[in-house]
Design a protein around this ligand. Structure first.
Ligand SMILES: Cc1ncc(COP(=O)(O)O)c(C=O)c1O
Length: 412
């Protein structure tokens, strides 16, 4: 398993770019799904509570499924904001969302069980590999906003163990429409009736970006759309993205009691707990509705302003005849952009034959660092890229487009 485990392509790419920046190259680095803390600090109230919690010596082991006060608070938070009722005992807290996703895979997937997931998507290929599952990758397209649709999933309803879904989706910044998700959930419920209780089909629903939906976009989730999904759905969520708190490490999962209990047992041995002080602080912070709303409104405004600026800029380029295409952003911190540059020749008369060539060209000639969709499991032929705005300085966006246009104009 370890021999064949591939590291995160994105972290690798980001490392290479950091080296170039260190060497003095000017690069607009929009690769990593993280925030620049100078542009996106965590909420002040959260920071204050963390400091207080350490001063109050909240420094011994936390409860292995998370501090009761935090599980109670998150249960209230989800009920209030998503109208989903789950008991505090059906929540599991961990050091961010990653350990919870890993635990869900370990709890649900046996050797050679089929795991169905759309590509591009974030890291399902690696989690399936670690669980010794069989990957069933569904390649999505811009026609469905890069979300998987029921016709693609239907053929796997009898054989799969797990369908891993995410909305808003990393890397595309697009979401499930109500109809798309409803159709999938209804089919999963019907499949489970046929399959019986000994052979369930589960859905892992990663909604870590759900608070970051823009404009008219509404977040939908399986149990809200179909109550019969409750026994089959494990939710993944947390603080990391909505509160720019990627380094704070507080995540939560919730779902059927017996599955959450198994995930707790698995993580208990790994010890991937969220630090106790951060848990106490998070429970106090989430209880302050007004502060939470003020922060969420602020961060959504900042992210959507950047996404809209890039979206407008790429659309204008497309209208001017540049070979680019862009998808309307709906959520998360990501913009989906296509650079149709294959077969074009650079001034140095080298042809851009592969997506990797395009990524290198953008980096070298425009100082633009973005992640190709193949890093998210999509085909290596895909010309689509993810642009992440959590590190984007608004003042530099005009400059990015100037450089990009100049670089593209130099192509033959
Ligand atoms: C869809 C998705 N889920 C989960 C995570 C991991 O979140 P955390 O930093 O809380 O482990 C990420 C991080 O990029 C993500 O994109």
């Amino acid at each position: 398993m370890a021999e064949n485990l591939v590291g995160s392509e994105i972290i690798k790419l980001a490392g290479e770019i950091k080296e170039r920046i260190k060497a003095g190259q000017e690069i607009h680095n929009f690769t990593i799904g993280d925030f620049n803390p100078s542009l996106f600090p965590i909420p002040q109230g959260l920071e204050d509570e963390i400091v207080t919690a350490y001063r109050e010596k909240q420094t011994n082991y936390p409860a292995s499924n998370g501090m009761l006060e935090l599980r109670e608070e998150v249960a209230r938070f989800i009920k209030q904001r998503q109208q989903l009722s789950y008991a505090p005992s059906d929540f599991l807290i961990s050091g961010g969302a990653r350990p919870l996703i890993h635990a869900a895979y370990q709890a649900l997937v046996d050797n050679d069980d089929e795991v169905v997931f759309p590509v591009p998507s974030w890291n399902n290929n690696h989690y399936t590999h670690m669980a010794h599952g069989k990957k069933v990758m569904i390649e999505t397209s811009p026609d469905t906003n890069f979300m998987p649709v029921i016709d693609q999933l239907k053929p796997h309803m009898e054989t799969a163990r797990l369908i891993a879904l995410c909305s808003p989706l990393n890397p595309t910044g697009t979401v499930f429409s109500k109809e798309q998700l409803q159709a999938i959930c209804d089919e999963v419920v019907e499949a489970n009736k046929r399959r019986g209780p000994e052979n369930p089909l589960y859905v892992l629903y990663d909604q870590i970006y759900w608070s970051l939906c823009y404009g008219e976009t509404v977040h939908h989730d399986p149990v809200s759309l179909n109550e019969e999904m409750r026994p089959y759905t494990v939710y993944i969520d947390g603080l990391s993205k909505a509160f720019a708190a990627t380094g704070i490490r507080v995540g939560w999962a919730f779902g059927p009691s017996h599955i959450v209990a198994k995930m707790k047992a698995i993580l208990g041995h790994i010890g991937a707990w969220s630090p106790k002080a951060e848990q106490v602080a998070t429970s106090k912070f989430l209880a302050k509705n007004e502060e939470v709303d003020t922060y969420l409104n602020w961060i959504k405004g900042e992210l959507s302003e950047r996404l809209e600026s890039f979206y407008t800029g790429f659309n204008a380029m497309a209208q001017e005849g540049y070979p680019v295409e862009v998808i309307q952003p709906q959520g998360a911190l990501y913009l989906t952009v296509k650079f149709s540059l294959k077969g074009k020749a650079t001034a140095q008369v080298s042809t851009l034959d592969t997506t990797k060539d395009i990524a290198s060209f953008l980096l070298n000639e425009a100082g633009l660092a973005v992640v190709p969709f193949y890093a998210f499991g999509a085909s290596h032929d895909s010309d689509w890229f993810r642009l992440s705005v959590g590190t984007a300085d608004k003042a530099q966006i005009v400059q990015v487009f100037d450089k990009l246009k100049k670089a593209l104009t130099g192509l033959n």
